[in-house]
Every structure is written in structure tokens, then in C-alpha cells.
Design a protein around this ligand. Structure first.
Ligand SMILES: O=CCCCC(=O)O
Length: 486
């Protein structure tokens, strides 16, 4: 307990604006809750709309000088941040577990994942290329230059409190953009700590400004409508993303939107069933199911359904549920009561419509927002959780007969973030991968996330890509210079 208190006390709790830590207007604060107990961990500054404008002022003031900073220098700040995060992974992971609930081992995995975004974009900072081309009629030359888009607004969710920030801050720093970052009200601490680390790594004042607030819409909407902001990058629900896109239309802001998912996971009868069960477990239970990439609908060919369901149920029911700081815990609490009640409602609805719980399905009494690992068999198409993102440890199973039927069921959603498929048949693997309407496919594996790969969705799952080679493009404008040289 003493170590937990030490880690929380060592975390900044004020707004970070223009390189300085300061209280919110009127000294307002916002409690940060431990989802495992419901107790308050600490209070952080609760920014007002005026605090938001001050943060944008600072980002705007720093933009020109930052854009002129040599790419190598920007890259080295990112590289040092990667090193600092790696060296302090234990402390950062504990802080994340306290505010978000996931087991410490998973928090360590997220710290490593977040740090890799800084390493990746440290390497990308010095590879911003351009072009020189002879005009088709030979009478001129085209020059193409890529420049930072300018001050960015970044909004991140509570489920990956460090990694979702890193994959926006990394490319923005590499490209030469300044930022106003607003982390989720439930998990501000990891982001405040990250701001401290980036400063230690040499990030100049005003490049990154962090505001924490309970009034996300009230603080961010005026900034989105402010003509000085040039870009908005958001990770969160499709419903909120849609509103932000509407607000962004006023100033025709560049937007990157990483929105909701409803990932199908297909298991064909020719799959390696061990691999399929382990893959499904990972695709479902990474981050306790609180991920846009989580398998939301598991479709299994009827001939292997019983075997698959038995094996998955064995693995799910063996998971240890508890406070994320305890040894050996596999599944921590959900983020809050709202999320826990939503998961409960979705499961109750499925059961009322004929689904059969093979394990879990009941909320235990006691403190904290825990929900047990749950497997549901015979889930009908009408169940709400076939359409809505569950964001919890619930695996709904439905049988299919043919490949065409499986693809049609998988694509029957307005979302298109990621799909998973398990088969040993190479022809089918490629054929089905091409037919699935999603930005990413996990082929015989239950995870797609990698800082070196382009992450993002199609349909209502979003716009743009984060990470990989295209990740930095989201923060760069193309300028074409026409000349009559030659
Ligand atoms: O909830 C979705 C955030 C993306 C998580 C990932 O990078 O895998």
C-alpha cells in the first residue's frame, strides 16, 4: 500500500500549460477513482473552458519555433522518452493499474507498447520525404514538401491511458506539431506522468499542453471551433466521434478518428483449434475486453462448435478475477459502474433472447466494478450485443454452416475496425481476409496492434491510420511548389 501511495503522490495533478504546472481556474478539482474499490486515489485539476483556451494559446505560441526545430532533435526527444518509459516501466504500470484497473502485467505490456510508439516515431522524424519532378512537358519542375499541419487537439480514452496518447503525441512531435491533449476524466494520471517524462526528455515548453477536465465537451468544443487549431485526433466511441466530426466541419479541421468496433472472429472447421481458442481468448480478454479491437461476435463452424465452446469455457472460467495489483490476477475490474451496468444489461438481454451462459453471467456482490469472464452459447442475431460494442469480458458464440454465411454475418455491422479468422487453408485465409469489411484482419492470431503497423478502421470505425508508415502523414500537409526552372 505504501508503494501505491508513493506512486500516486509522485504524479503531477495540475494542468500542464506552456511548460508550467498550474491549478485550474477557480482551483476546481476532479476526483480520480480506483475502480477496484471505488475509493478516491487523488484529485486532479478540473479545467474550465478558459483553461482550455490558455492551453491552445500556448500551443499556438510554440508552433513556429517547434516546426523549425531540426527533425533529428525532435526524434531524439522521442527516443529519450522511449528510454525513460522503459526504465520506469514498473512505476508507470502501477500508476496505470491504480487508475484504470487492469492487472499490473497488462499495464506493463501497455507501457512497453506506448514506449514503442515513441521509438517508432523517433525513427520516422528524420524520414519525412519530399519530391522533385520534371513537369510532363519538360518546361518546369515540381517540388513537393511536407510540413507540419500546425496545432493539434488530441483526445484520448480511458482504456489505454498511455498508449493512445503515445500514438498521437509521437507522430505530432516527429512532424513538428504542437498539441493540446485531453485525456479521459477517469484516467488522467498516466498522461500527466507522460507529460513530465516528455519534459525531462527535452520537449520545449508549449509543445505539449495537457488539460484534465470533467467537462470534456464544454472545454473542447470551443477549441475545435477555434480557427487556430489545425487538426483533431480522437480515440473513442463512434457516437462521440460523429459529433466531433460535425464540430470540426466549421473550420474544416483535419481529423483522425479511431472509433468503435464490433469485431467478428471466425473459426472454420479446418482451423487449428488450439490456436483458435488461444487467439479468441487474446482477442476477447486483452484489456479485460475493454478494447475497440475486442472480439465482440464469435462465429464458429457448426461441426467444431461444441469442441471450441468447451475449450474456450475451460480457459475463461480458469481466469483469476481480482484487484489488478494482486499477484496472479488475470482480470481486473471494469472502469466504472456505468460500464459494468452496461455489460450486465447486454448479457441479460442476450439471455432473455435465448443465449445460454456456459460460464459467468452474474455480477458478484462487493466493492469495485467487477464482471466475471462470461461465455454465452447460441447467441441469436437479435441480441443487442451482436450490434453494440460490449467492452467487457463476454464471449458470445454463434454457429455458422458455410463460408458465405460466415462472411455475411461478419460484415453485417456498421463498424469495420478489425476482424479475426482462424483456418489452416491458405486459399480460404486470403479469400476471406479480402472479403472482410474491416481496416485490419488478425489471421490465425488474436492481436493486430503494433506500433509499426497502420491501425485503423473502415465504415463507422473511423478515418485515418495511427502507427506504421502512414501514422506521421496524419500530422503533415503536402505543399507543391510549381517552378518554371528548366
Ligand atoms: O480501444 C481501442 C484502442 C486501440 C487499442 C490498440 O491499440 O490495440
Amino acid at each position: 500500500m505504501a508503494r501505491e501511495q508513493e506512486v500516486v503522490q509522485a504524479c503531477p495533478t495540475e494542468l500542464f500549460v506552456g511548460g508550467k504546472w498550474r491549478a485550474a481556474e477557480g482551483g476546481k478539482t476532479l476526483p480520480v477513482e480506483d475502480p477496484a474499490t471505488g475509493a478516491t486515489l487523488c484529485e486532479v485539476a478540473d479545467a474550465s473552458p478558459a483553461d482550455g483556451v490558455a492551453a491552445l494559446d500556448a500551443a499556438v505560441a510554440a508552433q513556429a519555433e517547434w516546426a523549425a526545430t531540426p527533425p533529428r532533435e525532435r526524434g531524439e526527444i522521442l527516443r529519450r522518452t522511449y528510454e525513460l518509459m522503459t526504465a520506469r516501466a514498473d512505476e508507470l504500470a502501477l500508476l496505470m493499474t491504480l487508475e484504470m484497473g487492469k492487472p499490473v502485467a497488462e499495464s506493463k505490456g501497455e507501457i512497453a507498447y506506448a514506449a514503442e510508439f515513441f521509438r517508432w516515431f523517433a525513427e520516422e522524424a528524420v524520414r519525412i520525404d519530399g519530391g522533385y519532378q520534371v513537369a510532363p512537358n519538360g518546361a518546369g519542375r515540381f517540388l513537393v514538401l511536407r510540413q507540419p499541419v500546425g496545432p493539434c487537439l488530441l483526445i484520448t480514452p480511458w482504456n489505454f491511458p498511455a498508449a493512445m496518447g503515445a500514438r498521437k503525441i509521437g507522430p505530432a512531435v516527429a512532424a513538428g506539431c504542437t498539441m493540446v491533449m485531453k485525456p479521459a476524466a477517469q484516467t488522467p494520471l498516466s498522461m500527466l506522468k507522460l507529460a513530465e517524462l516528455l519534459t525531462e526528455a527535452g520537449l520545449p515548453p508549449g509543445v505539449l499542453n495537457v488539460i484534465t477536465t470533467s467537462d470534456s465537451g464544454g472545454v473542447m468544443e470551443p477549441l475545435i471551433r477555434d480557427p487556430r487549431a489545425r487538426k483533431l485526433s480522437f480515440t473513442g466511441s463512434t457516437a462521440v466521434g460523429r459529433k466531433l466530426i460535425e464540430q470540426s466541419a466549421e473550420q474544416v479541421l483535419r481529423t483522425s478518428m479511431e472509433l468503435g468496433g464490433n469485431a467478428p472472429l471466425l473459426v472454420f472447421e479446418d482451423a487449428d483449434l488450439d490456436q483458435a481458442v488461444e487467439g479468441a481468448l487474446l482477442a476477447k480478454m486483452r484489456n479485460g475486453g475493454e478494447a475497440c479491437t475486442a472480439a465482440n461476435r464469435i462465429y464458429v463452424q457448426a461441426s467444431v462448435m461444441d469442441e471450441f465452446a468447451t475449450r474456450l469455457t475451460e480457459r475463461m472460467s480458469a481466469l483469476k478475477v481480482g484487484r489488478g495489483t494482486e499477484d496472479g490476477v488475470d482480470l481486473g475490474p471494469l472502469i466504472d459502474a456505468v460500464q459494468r451496468d452496461k455489460v450486465k444489461d447486454l448479457v441479460d438481454d442476450a439471455v432473455e433472447r435465448g443465449a445460454r451462459p456456459l460460464t459467468g453471467g452474474e455480477v458478484a456482490d462487493g466493492k469495485g466494478y467487477f464482471y466475471p469472464p462470461t461465455v454465452l452459447a447460441d447467441v441469436p442475431k437479435s441480441a443487442r450485443l451482436q450490434k453494440e460494442e460490449i467492452f467487457g469480458p463476454v464471449a458470445p458464440l454463434t454457429a455458422f454452416e458455410t463460408e458465405d454465411e460466415a462472411v455475411a454475418m461478419a460484415n453485417d455491422t456498421e463498424f469495420g475496425l478489425v476482424s479475426y479468422l482462424f483456418t489452416k487453408n491458405v486459399d480460404r485465409a486470403l479469400r476471406v481476409s479480402e472479403r472482410l469489411e474491416s481496416g485490419m484482419v488478425g489471421l490465425n492470431q488474436g492481436i493486430v496492434s503494433n506500433p509499426a503497423a497502420p491501425f485503423g478502421g473502415v465504415k463507422q470505425s473511423g478515418l485515418g491510420r495511427e502507427g506504421g508508415a502512414p501514422g506521421i502523414d496524419e500530422y503533415l500537409e503536402i505543399k507543391y511548389i510549381a517552378t518554371n526552372i528548366g
